[in-house]
Design a protein around this ligand. Structure first.
Ligand SMILES: Nc1ncnc2c1ncn2[C@@H]1O[C@H](COP(=O)(O)OP(=O)(O)OP(=O)(O)O)[C@@H](O)[C@H]1O
Ligand SMILES: [Mg+2]
Length: 336
């Protein structure tokens, strides 16, 4: 039996865990349902199932907010249960590799370490990996030798824009824009144009099916509540309207990429021009997003295929291949 090692990408929307004992990746919603303020009722995808449907005494929430841990106790609960599930309640101690955003405070970074230490998951060793480095490895970039690599990870509540070179991070910016904002604007435009209130889940479904609907020349069919009559109704929404509504958030992402490019040393900028931008994160596949960024910046876009899992796939490479271990670090003075 090999020593248990887990690679954990705690996303604002999804938690992904690589388990080296069987080389699998688990991915579930990073959500918790708490009943009567204290009792764990459900976690992960099961909690998400109840989201927007649960009675008042069951509170469903995301333990992370904008990429950092917002509710430590809930995050500990969720993590402990997932690790127990993965080890079938026979965890005899394990090593953990956890990814963290770069552009956050030291205290916020340290919270990821403390989480692993305090979640009752028998941590033997804890290693930190900057998220963008893991992203690069997950996209099969040899981050240790490559120079001037731009990674844009568009997730659920955040977009992280980073420049990597020779195994380190030269620049990084975390902004509060992600797939959740896309869902929000879709909700808002449907409310405004059709007097129809829809849920977050419905908006997300429309967003994800956009490419398919456009290909088939079909409208999006949504169910919701009519504001005027108060009754549940079905409406057809043209895909153009949905697509247009995403522009503003995409512009914010593009403006921030420009800011980073302006600060990039010229030699690295030349490398970025040659390689293009590496686009990843679950939201990277949003309809027309890559084309809009490419057109606006006049740069080639390399779109990650398994974009939702690029961070956790990178952690898996670090765990499996000793050559990459040097990109992971322990927090000074805190190693166990
Ligand atoms: N095919 C798709 N098209 C568009 N968006 C998608 C698609 N598949 C997933 N998404 C979106 O990806 C987002 C989740 O991505 P991801 O798992 O990378 O986020 P996260 O890591 O949890 O969040 P963050 O990195 O911001 O903390 C959701 O907003 C989801 O709607
Ligand atoms: Mg993420």
């Amino acid at each position: 039996m090999p020593n248990s090692i887990f690679g954990i990408d705690l996303g604002t929307g999804n938690i992904k865990i690589f388990n080296n004992t069987d080389s699998t990746v688990m991915s579930e919603k990073n959500m918790v349902a708490i009943m009567n303020k204290t009792q764990l009722f459900a976690y992960g995808d099961a909690a998400f199932e109840m989201f927007e449907k649960a009675p008042g005494n069951i509170k469903i929430s995301y333990p992370l907010s904008y990429g950092v841990i917002a509710h430590i106790k809930n995050m500990e609960l969720v993590l402990k249960h997932f690790i127990n599930d993965l080890t079938k309640n026979k965890n005899n101690g394990a090593d953990y590799f956890i990814s963290v955003p770069t552009d956050v405070t030291e205290v916020e970074k340290r919270a990821f370490y403390d989480l692993i230490k305090d979640a009752n998951i028998k941590a033997k060793g804890i290693w930190i990996v900057e998220k963008a480095i893991a992203d690069g490895l997950g996209m099969n970039i040899d981050v240790k030798t490559s120079q001037g690599v731009m990674i844009v990870d568009i997730g659920f509540e955040t977009t992280e824009i980073s420049i990597l070179s020779l195994g380190g991070i030269v620049l990084s910016k975390l902004i509060k824009v992600g797939g959740r904002n896309f869902d929000d604007v879709i909700k808002n435009v449907i409310r405004r144009e059709y007097n129809l209130v829809i849920g977050e889940k419905t908006a997300e479904k429309v967003k994800i099916s956009l490419s398919e609907l456009v290909d088939k020349n079909m409208d999006a069919v949504v169910y919701g509540r009519d504001i005027v009559t108060g009754l549940p109704v079905e409406r057809k929404i043209p895909t153009d309207l949905v697509d247009q509504s995403l522009n503003e958030n995409v512009d914010t992402i593009i403006d921030n990429i420009k800011v980073i490019l302006e600060r990039t040393p010229p030699e690295l900028a030349a490398d970025i021009y040659r390689h293009g931008i590496f686009l990843t994160g679950g939201s990277a596949h949003t309809k027309n997003l890559d084309m809009r960024i490419a057109a606006e910046l006049n740069l080639k876009i390399n779109l990650a295929e398994d974009s939702m899992n690029s961070v956790v796939n990178g952690l898996a490479r670090i765990i499996k291949d000793d050559n990459f271990r040097s990109v992971a670090y322990r927090i000074e003075g805190m190693s166990k």
